[in-house]
Design a protein around this ligand. Sequence first.
Ligand code: COA
Ligand code: AMP
Length: 636
Amino acid sequence: MSDAASTAAYGDLYRRSLSDPEGFWRDAAADIDWVTPPERILDDDNPPFYRWYPDAVLNVCHNAVDRHVEAGRGEQPAIHYDSPVTGSKRTITYAELLEQVRAVAGGLKGLGVEQGDRVVIYLPMVPEAAVAMLACARIGAVHSVVFGGFAPQELAARIDDATPRVVISASCGVEPSRVVPYKPFLDEAIKRSDHKPEHCVILQREQLRAELGERDLDWGELVTGAAARAGADCVPVASTDPLYILYTSGTTGKPKGIYRDSGGYAVALRWSMDNLYDVQPGETMFTASDVGWVVGHSYIVYGPLLLGATTVLYEGKPVGTPDAGAFWRVIEEYGVVSCFTAPTAFRAIKKEDAKAERLRDYDLSRFRTLYLAGERLDPDTYEWATDVLGVPVVDNWWQTETGWPVACNPKGIELLPIKPGSPTLPVCGYDVRILDGAGEQVPAGTEGAICIRLPMPPGTLPTLWHDDERYVSSYLSAYPGYYLTGDGGYVDHDGYLFVMGRTDDVLNVAGHRLSTGAIEAALAGHEAVAECAVVGVSDELKGQVPRALVVLKSGIDATAEGDRIRAELVTRVRGEVGAVAALRQVDIVAGLPKTRSGKILRKTMREIADGKTPAVPATIEDVSVLDALGPVLRGS
Ligand code: COA
Ligand code: AMP
């Protein structure tokens, strides 16, 4: 993207990051403590596989915790846990965090967890989640955090792929409307999975205590036992060793295990904290997401802690806990300088308090920037947030795979002019190109597939867990030499990127990435369903919500049985995928439109449901099926 860098300070840096990536990332690596510093910066001997800092050795937990204590930050808060849903708050200093992480790391070792072993973490937004992640990093174990809103089947799929020695979970999560029992979900998941973990460590919460079984151990016992008292020191690991696996949704029902390396990720996140998120050591960042998502991994846990900043771990919602002033309270109370959340959270606040009257109750004088990501930032939400807050609102575009922003206004370097609807310019290290179907770069203003020229910068996925082949076929084979993001969009004449949405069937519900395949598999498992399709349709609050179209098996009377079947299907998706899928609408239809080769035309249906008039693909098998669906999709 040649003209992507017209502004001096940022432009010079960006150009250097592409013309001299090794020099650029060698300099950035100086902000990390290495056991063995990198001599070689990029291993590009085996394209399309690239490795950053291939000869270096470090420990990420040391960088996120120990070194700050050694540097005199022991008394500084590392984590402010703020939980309006349970009415509790707790501040953990860096010294306390070190003590807790050492103990849990020791406890895990006592359970037999060794370097390279996997530990699945299925926890709500409690500080123990961050402690468990760091404890794994400390002993070179690989964590895989599973979002608490996922149901047993999704958890089972992850357990089978990651094959953990230990699972760390809790008795329950606390949502505003209900207490969610986690332990029965975990038990059910283990029943369904082929792989059986040796131990499950359960954090007992007072809202609902769980009954412990044979393989279970109370978190309290883990952290007070002899192994925990002995503690564990940081284990040096190769920069290319995995820090974590984070599963993300593709189009099929089988989640993709994103492999995150240690050294490249530490360097990239540390670099992003001041350069993109404009946070300095000692300052406070509040990322309102969940540790189960990549945003939580990078900007609730690792990013702020690698910098020596303070992070807020918030167990609540933007509204209803107790009201639309919740975020403003947190920002004031902890002196937050940067807040990061999804646009949907701001749409929820706006819906409840359109004039932002709650803001008057709080002093936000230390607050400098709002960052929004996870889904498209619609201009209305952008304008509203800018008007009410009076600070820059920075759209940033990235994905689980990249681990940190691909496009973002680099506010810590300089604030570039904002264009609503655009996450601004590509971030240093990312050579973003828009390609057409033939792999040619399209002119400015023309939409195409958003791709990134290889090699991508440090921090991005080097492969998928145990599956190089799927890594190549999913991301690299469409356009050799490029990573396919799965998003479509264009670049304007100033080099600004505009992301228009997924080109595949991945859903994005309230900033949560979900698989159409997983929801369809849940629907297809119902005895009355012959065929089904799920499409993501526009929703004012959540950006997108799933809509299901099902064809019943012959002989089933839709008029008599329809209501029961629809209700059962909604319940089924909740039980198999999770409440977070938010499936509310199921339509029983006579047939689904397909191409002659049998591919269901989901995109065409989605566009019709969104009020558009898409061109009917020439390969359609029977256009009358699509015509018959029109009124159903349009809701007329
Ligand atoms: N554990 C168990 N259940 C969970 C859960 C968790 N960690 N997180 C969500 N759920 C459940 C909710 O209780 C809800 O269940 P319900 O249908 O019984 O009410 C369902 O999953 C949907 O949750 P959510 O997506 O949070 O929707 P909501 O209607 O409760 O709230 C918003 C809407 C906009 C307020 C909410 O989505 C939000 O705050 N979004 C912020 C965006 C965000 O964090 N994105 C992450 C990526 S940056
Ligand atoms: P996830 O992997 O869960 O972080 O989801 C990544 C996907 O969310 C991207 O591929 C986009 O489709 C969407 N997304 C994330 N951030 C943005 C953004 N700022 N603008 C538009 N879409 C976004």
